[in-house]
Design a protein around this ligand. Structure first.
Ligand code: HEM
Ligand code: HEM
Length: 222
């Protein structure tokens, strides 16, 4: 192994795959909603929901830099980073960690509000009949306007990444694509892939069980 080659990935495969699949799902969710392809839209949404939940679990069981303990820092560390650029992990800096949490939070609320949404004609989300009109109306409104907030935050995210990458000459893109880059390597071995697959399976099964237990529409024919 040469000196420039990474021993441990900074971003393991589950982190990179979940990142890029979620990124692709955003335009896909917008397009499918615009075209009225709501069955497909829902599947894109379930993909986002499963990946975000699995990524949050990976924050506990994942590789060193994937873990919350590595990148979630308090106000002191944030101030020290802003004043002196001080950071103690090769992973997310103290601001980047909270920005990732914000993006996951927004995506989670968007996907969950979708579960309670309906177009009022042909498609009902799997939990639409689990709540009253007052709740589903509110969540429908949340679903419509939160997408704009997500777009704004993603725009800020991409602009920030571009500024670090080309303005400050820091290597962000290569590690998110290939796992690591010279000077940006992980601090320990990657967690095994089977663990990530198990987590994803458990998340998907839990969602299926919740959807299966949800009330069906009451027939209006009787
Ligand atoms: C379009 C929707 C996008 C969303 C929702 C999103 C969200 C996120 C999140 C949540 C993270 C933290 C990753 C983790 O720890 O697992 C992250 C990191 C990152 N994203 Fe994105 N992202 C998006 C698009 C992009 C695009 C288009 C680029 C390329 C310009 C990009 C470049 C990066 C990079 C380089 C990092 C790692 C930052 C670091 O080194 O600390 N993202 N993104
Ligand atoms: C993060 C994932 C998701 C994103 C980004 C997203 C985004 C969107 C967007 C942009 C719209 C158009 C809103 C409007 O202008 O009225 C929409 C509509 C809709 N979404 Fe989602 N969605 C997601 C997940 C889901 C899920 C999981 C479901 C249900 C299973 C769902 C159900 C719906 C329905 C039924 C509509 C149509 C509402 C109407 O016609 O008034 N969405 N979504």
């Amino acid at each position: 192994m040469s000196g420039t080659e990474a021993r441990h990935p900074l971003w393991d495969l589950p982190v990179r795959l979940s990142h890029w699949v979620i990124a692709l799902c955003l335009p896909a969710s917008w397009w499918t909603a615009e075209e009225g392809l709501l069955e497909l839209h829902a599947w894109v949404g379930y993909t986002v929901l499963s990946l975000v939940l699995a990524r949050l679990a990976w924050g506990i069981f994942g590789s060193p830099q994937a873990r919350f303990g590595d990148f979630l820092r308090g106000p002191r560390a944030i101030i020290a980073y802003l004043r002196e650029g001080r950071r103690d992990t090769p992973g997310h800096n103290p601001l980047g960690g909270w920005s990732a949490m914000t993006l996951w939070g927004l995506l989670l609320v968007q996907a969950v509000s979708g579960l309670y949404n309906s177009d009022g004609i042909l498609f009902d989300g799997p939990l639409y009949h689990a709540a009253g009109d007052a709740v589903t109306d509110k969540l429908g409104a949340v679903h419509a306007w939160l997408f704009n907030a997500i777009l704004a935050f993603v725009g800020l995210h991409i602009a920030t990444v571009a500024w670090y990458q080309w303005g400050r000459g820091e290597q962000l893109l290569v590690p998110m694509l290939r796992g690591s880059a010279p000077g940006r390597e992980g601090t320990g071995p990657a967690a095994p892939l089977w663990r990530a697959l198990l987590i994803l399976d458990l998340v998907a099964l839990a969602l299926l069980a919740i959807f299966a237990a949800a009330p069906e529409p009451v027939s209006s024919w009787w």
